[in-house]
Design a protein around this ligand. Sequence first.
Ligand code: NAD
Ligand code: FE2
Length: 376
Amino acid sequence: MADLLTPIELVFPGRVHFGPGTAATIGAFARERQFGKTFVVADAFNATRVGVLDLPGAVAIFAEVTREPDIPMLEAALGAARASGAEFVVGFGGGSAMDLAKIVAALLEDARGVTEIAGPEKVHPRKVALAMVATTAGTGSEAGMRALVTDPATQAKLAVQSRHIVADIAAVDADLMLSVPAHVTAETGVDALAHCAEGYTSKRAHPLADTFALAGIRLIGRHLPRAIADGGDREARAALALAAFWGGICLGPVNTHAGHAVAYPLGTRHHVSHGAANAVIFPHVLAFNAPAVPERTADILTALGLEPSQDPATVRERAYGWCRGIGIEMRMSARGIPEGDLDAMAKDAAGIRRLLDNNPRDIGEADILKIYRDAW
Ligand SMILES: NC(=O)c1ccc[n+]([C@@H]2O[C@H](COP(=O)([O-])OP(=O)(O)OC[C@H]3O[C@@H](n4cnc5c(N)ncnc54)[C@H](O)[C@@H]3O)[C@@H](O)[C@H]2O)c1
Ligand SMILES: [Fe+2]
């Protein structure tokens, strides 16, 4: 774990607007910069309310983003963005739309394919401006420097990481999240929780991010059950939006670890949503890591409002009970994942070294298979 004497770089969006009505700041930004052509990347739901962005001039909308976007979807969006002559790209939606918008902006005037810009700092400086408007409280993509897209050929997620895909402006208006269904609220909320908890227990954990991580976990512990019980609870929605933003900040310089790596094959191989996959895996990896980071594990339980423990079995039981208590189906078997695929999934996850290497305890294919068996 890093200490106060370890250098670290934190990249923030150029401007952050937080609060009710701030979606319209995107239009004000476009006017200020005199952009006449904007390209909005959205899912079908958010595409119906692009008006809240108050954009001037010609607005082209790519409305076809679906969960876990893949390379063909990216190429379709990129083609439409080039045809529109966009000067300004806006990601309007959950992580799927925001991530796609980031890669569209990165490649708009670059002939390379996404596989060539995947990995750290391969993106050229952007020529078009980029805005993020989050409508789920989960990924923190609005704050961060990463974007993910699935490669159907390998079923792996490609991660583009660059300071050039951090937004020029981000708007976090939690009133846009009042319509998120309860199960999506739960799943995305646990994704934000996983970003904070993994950031806090990562080998790369750093005091600069620790403060955000713990504050994020506390907000989620208090407000996620409230927002699930009453989707119209504006204060709870705003608290979760803030926690997700802070999770995104932790992702930047610290990033996730085995929690996300072990969760990925549930999404790429079996189409379990990103948040649900993280939730199913969260208690198991928290428990697996407890011997390596006992105090930090206890801190996470305390921040969630649970009784602290450093004992792996107790940690697992408490975290599992919390996730189940907010209505998440925690058994992989009940999510249609065949037992016969667990070996192949463990092999896939064991290859995600970019994240596994951040884990505070060494973890290999056999450990991952054991986690899948416990979670099945
Ligand atoms: N960039 C990063 O650092 C990062 C971090 C974590 C996850 N991700 C990626 O983000 C994606 C997942 O994003 P997500 O969890 O936000 O899900 P999502 O963007 O796929 O949205 C989930 C569902 O909610 C709907 N929706 C979105 N906003 C809504 C609203 N306000 N009201 C009603 N419905 C709404 C969407 O149409 C979709 O059906 C994955 O591809 C994952 O890999 C990226
Ligand atoms: Fe995530």
